[in-house]
Design a protein around this ligand. Structure first.
Ligand code: KIV
Ligand code: ZN
Length: 387
């Protein structure tokens, strides 16, 4: 069986940039977009052009700059929004309009104060209008995670007929469990007439910490596009993290699915976005966090030094991290201490290591971490005289 391509739709510059404090200037957006393109992202959601003149200009500039990826602009199912999004992405090599409307009863009743039939009509009209600007039109059924599957299927069928090329099934509120989200995608795959003409897309939020798991469940059940952001930034608790989704596909679904992402650029992409947006990455973040390849307990350190795979399922080089690190704390053992001394050029004998270890523990109990300069001092004050 040949491996199927999963398209990566990056919304760092739209859903990610909505986060308070993450707003970027046009030049910063261009720098991120250029790297995303180089990195192998298939679709860049560059912004929400109707939202402000600045965002419109940024989307337009990104459309002109990007060489390979599709450039997408968001709009509501509102004619003026669609027109402005169409104008903003027009200069792209591969332009896309992403339009949509709420489909859950909650959204229909409380947000839009209307009926299911009206939503169906507005969805179809929006897609038809977007088709008058671009060929590639993605439709989002906002709050699809809480939408009745039968109604969702009706909406999907109608917008495919109207010309939608991609169907985005957002779990807008991060409500679904992975099996529920997977079942929803499978239901659409099996029950929507004409589904073969469109690509099913996941767009999952992380309110219950399940965004990545839900996206992968979507892929396993027929979705062929994953919407995600670098470092998982996005509204509230964020979106599916690009680095997690891509590495799960690579590590666990190797022969079955693949993406176009150059994974050794993951770490530098994460740093670029964290620094540009002023949004630091938590140390224990999967794949790109500072501790993702750091080992600090004696048992783990001993295992990793003997054979890296004892405690690591990813080769750090695959995600752009130089090497695993052995962090020296009061929980570290002799093997780690000897290893770190060796790294800075001191090969200790067993007796020297015994002496060094006693002094090391004394120091480690007083400070959080023992670093190379501490080891140098320890070596010259306590070990050198033994030689
Ligand atoms: O979470 C969501 O539903 C969205 C849509 C606008 C795609 O971000
Ligand atoms: Zn979203």
């Amino acid at each position: 069986m040949s491996s199927e391509k999963i398209n990566i739709f990056d919304t760092t510059l739209r859903d990610g940039e909505q986060v308070p404090g993450c707003k970027l200037r046009k030049e910063q957006k261009l720098a991120v977009a250029e790297q995303l393109d180089f990195f192998g992202v298939d679709i860049i959601e560059a912004g929400f052009p109707i939202s402000s003149p600045g965002d419109f200009e940024a989307v337009q500039a990104i459309a002109a700059l990007v060489k390979n990826a599709t450039v997408c602009g968001l709009s509501r199912a509102v004619m003026k929004d669609i027109e402005v999004a169409g104008e903003a992405v027009m200069g792209a090599k591969r332009p896309r309009i992403h339009t949509g409307i709420g489909t859950s009863d909650n959204h229909i009743k409380f947000k839009l104060n209307t009926t299911r039939e009206d939503i169906l009509e507005r969805a179809v009209a929006a897609v038809k209008y977007a088709k008058s600007f671009v060929e590639d039109v993605e439709f989002y059924a906002e709050d699809a995670g809480r939408t009745d599957p039968e109604f969702l299927a009706r909406v999907c069928e109608a917008v495919i007929k109207a010309g939608a090329t991609v169907l985005n099934i957002p779990d807008t509120t991060g409500y679904c469990l992975p099996h529920e989200y997977g079942d929803k995608i499978a239901y659409l795959r099996d029950n929507v007439k004409g589904i073969h003409k469109a690509t099913l897309s996941t767009h999952c939020h992380n309110d219950l910490g399940m965004a990545t798991a839900n996206s992968i469940a979507g892929v396993e059940n027929g979705a062929r596009q994953v919407e995600c952001t670098i470092n998982g930034i996005g509204e509230r608790a964020g979106n599916t993290s690009l680095e997690e989704a891509v590495m799960i596909i690579k590590q666990r679904f190797g022969g079955q699915y693949h993406t176009n992402i150059t994974t050794p650029l993951l770490k530098s992409m994460s740093i670029l976005v964290a620094e540009t947006m002023g949004m630091p990455v938590q140390a224990n973040k999967a794949i790109v966090g500072a501790n993702a390849f750091a080992h600090s307990s004696g048992i783990h350190q001993d295992g990793v030094i003997k054979h890296r795979e004892t405690y690591e399922i990813i080769n750090p080089a695959d995600v752009g991290v130089d090497q695993s690190s052995i962090v020296l704390t009061a929980r570290s053992g002799r093997a780690a201490l000897a290893y770190r001394f060796k790294e800075i050029g001191h090969h200790l004998t067993k007796d020297e290591l015994d002496v060094a270890y006693v002094h090391f523990l004394d120091l480690a109990d007083r400070q959080k971490e023992v670093i190379d300069t501490d080891l140098e001092v320890l070596y010259h004050e306590k070990i050198y005289s033994m030689i």
